[in-house]
Design a protein around this ligand. Structure first.
Ligand code: NAD
Length: 479
């Protein structure tokens, strides 16, 4: 079986321990490759390589315009290799090839957007009371950035960190999820091919408790940028707290999707289905709590359950498939466990509710609708991260605002209404970093996003995130 080494200082590096671990295709359970099992020794090498490159005048003094050219080239190379990358990620995490092709069509935009920003990072001249004194600010890169990412969208979620980090002149050590190592190693190779110096992008594969923890604990890390569960994010925040390094944490969610009586119900039903069943519900922004106004509740339920029962489950490589497997066995078991828990809490399973091998021997779970549920139940409060939606009626705008906000999370929210004033009111009152009205899942590297409450700290995307990858210096010169 193919063995994948770390990418450190531009070289393929075998793990210091000599250990590899197996990655399998979740649709078929077939082994895919062996990835290097990174530990503190490998992280030490990678951070040292990243630090050397950060201090090397060939990178440090490279003009911002040139940095932009490199990012543009990397985006172009991703576009040229899109089909290969899409197939690799589908095999790794089971996401539909159709969906991956769509993601790959926009992934170059992340690099092209920050390519355009690279030569626009600058400070200001600040007014002083004394004309003989000049005070100006500059924005400097931070140093070595650690990027730790999950398995559900490895390339997109890592690019949200890599592109702005490199744009600002930092160097990066990436630690992919242990379930999806291959595409990020390939991304690192493409960065080299684009002309980034060896050591600008390093990739150390391995487990969270080993390579991940060693990266978080490394004394030379200037910043940690993490996407993953709230539980891990909380551990990382605690581990880095005393070192006062920057951290961007993009965490979990339990997002409400609210359908008012004045909504276009067929569109809202499609939005509810896409919001929860896309990527088999394995998205942080999954609209997993649906609140439908009592007067349209039954119609919505009929439409959503009718669609859920027709969703074609199967081989993610097949263009006709609409829902693929969950990414690995424990993930499938976790989802099944939550549905069983829901049943024991009194929920009724209106559609789905069963594991399946998808006819391929893989880790599938049927699109599932839970009714007779309320905010007191764990299935409504906790992130399931699977194709399971809880649908509940409500009577008034006040009530639904309270119910939607009654959660520890605050990542995203959806609202379906044709009343413009209500749309603005809800957008203002919902306690979520992203609010979609009459749409769901819209996202762009241009649009900043932030998780509220336990869904995160810091901003990703847009110009706003550049503040998180630079530090501000104030210079006073007495002439
Ligand atoms: P996870 O927290 O288990 O793992 C994420 C990453 O952290 C992996 O690379 C893992 O190896 C690493 N890790 C685990 N323990 C670590 C430790 N002690 N120190 C350092 N690194 C460690 O999450 P997951 O299961 O891979 O991903 C699913 C979660 O990610 C969900 O909660 C989902 O909502 C969240 N997510 C959030 C966003 C967002 O933008 N807010 C996007 C996608 C996924």
């Amino acid at each position: 079986m193919t063995k994948l080494n770390h990418l450190i200082g531009g070289e393929q590096v075998e793990p210091a321990s000599g250990d590899f671990f197996e990655s399998t295709n979740p649709a078929t359970r077939q082994p895919l490759y062996l990835a290097a099992r990174g530990d503190a020794a490998d992280i030490e090498l990678a951070v040292a390589a990243a630090k050397r490159t950060f201090e090397d005048p060939r990178w440090r003094d490279l003009s911002q315009t040139r940095r932009g050219h490199l990012l543009r080239r990397l985006g172009d190379l991703i576009a040229e290799n899109a089909e290969e990358l899409a197939r690799m990620e589908t095999q790794d995490n089971g996401k539909l090839l159709r969906e991956m092709r769509g993601q790959l069509a926009t992934l170059p935009d992340y690099y092209h957007y920050y390519a355009g920003l690279a030569d626009k990072i600058h400070g200001d001249v600040v007014p002083t009371s004394d004309r003989t004194v000049l005070n100006y600010t500059s924005r400097e890169p931070l140093g070595v950035v650690g990027a730790i990412t999950p398995w559900n969208s490895p390339m997109t979620l890592t690019s949200s960190k890599l592109a702005p980090a490199l744009c600002a002149g930092n160097t990066v050590v990436v630690k992919p999820s242990e379930y999806t190592s291959a595409t990020l190693l390939r991304l690192g190779e493409l960065a080299l091919e684009a002309g980034f110096p060896p050591g600008a992008v390093n990739v150390v594969t391995g487990f969270g408790a080993e390579a991940g923890q060693a990266l978080v604990d490394h004394r030379d890390l200037a910043k940690i940028s993490f996407t993953g569960s709230t539980a891990t994010g909380s551990r990382i925040a605690a581990a880095t707290a005393g070192r006062f390094i920057g951290s961007t944490l993009e965490l979990g969610g339990k997002s409400p999707n609210i359908v008012f009586e004045d909504a276009n119900i067929p569109n809202a039903a499609m939005g509810v289905v896409a919001g929860i069943f896309a990527a088999a519900g394995q998205t942080c922004i999954a609209g997993s709590r649906v609140f439908a106004h009592r007067s349209v509740h039954d119609e919505l339920l009929d439409r959503v359950s009718e669609r859920a029962e027709r969703i074609r489950m199967g081989d993610p490589m097949d263009e006709a498939t609409e829902i693929g497997p969950l990414a690995f066995e424990e993930q499938r078991d976790k989802v099944a466990g939550y549905v069983d828990l829901g049943r024991s809490e009194g929920a009724r399973v209106l559609a789905g509710g069963r594991s399946s091998d998808g006819g391929l021997g893989g880790y599938f779970y049927e699109p599932t609708i839970l009714v007779d549920v309320d905010n007191s139940m764990r299935v409504v409060r906790e992130e399931i991260f699977g194709p399971v939606v809880a649908i509940m009626p409500f009577d008034t705008e006040e009530e639904v605002t309270r119910l939607a906000n009654d959660t520890e999370y605050g990542l995203a929210a959806g609202v379906w209404t044709t009343n413009l004033a209500r749309a603005h009111r809800m957008a203002a009152r919902l306690d979520a970093g992203t609010v979609w009205v009459n749409t769901y899942r819209a996202m762009s590297p241009m649009s900043p996003r932030q998780g509220f409450k336990t869904s995160g700290v810091g901003v990703e995307h847009g110009t706003e995130t550049m503040k998180e990858y630079t530090r501000l210096k104030s210079v006073w010169i007495n002439t």
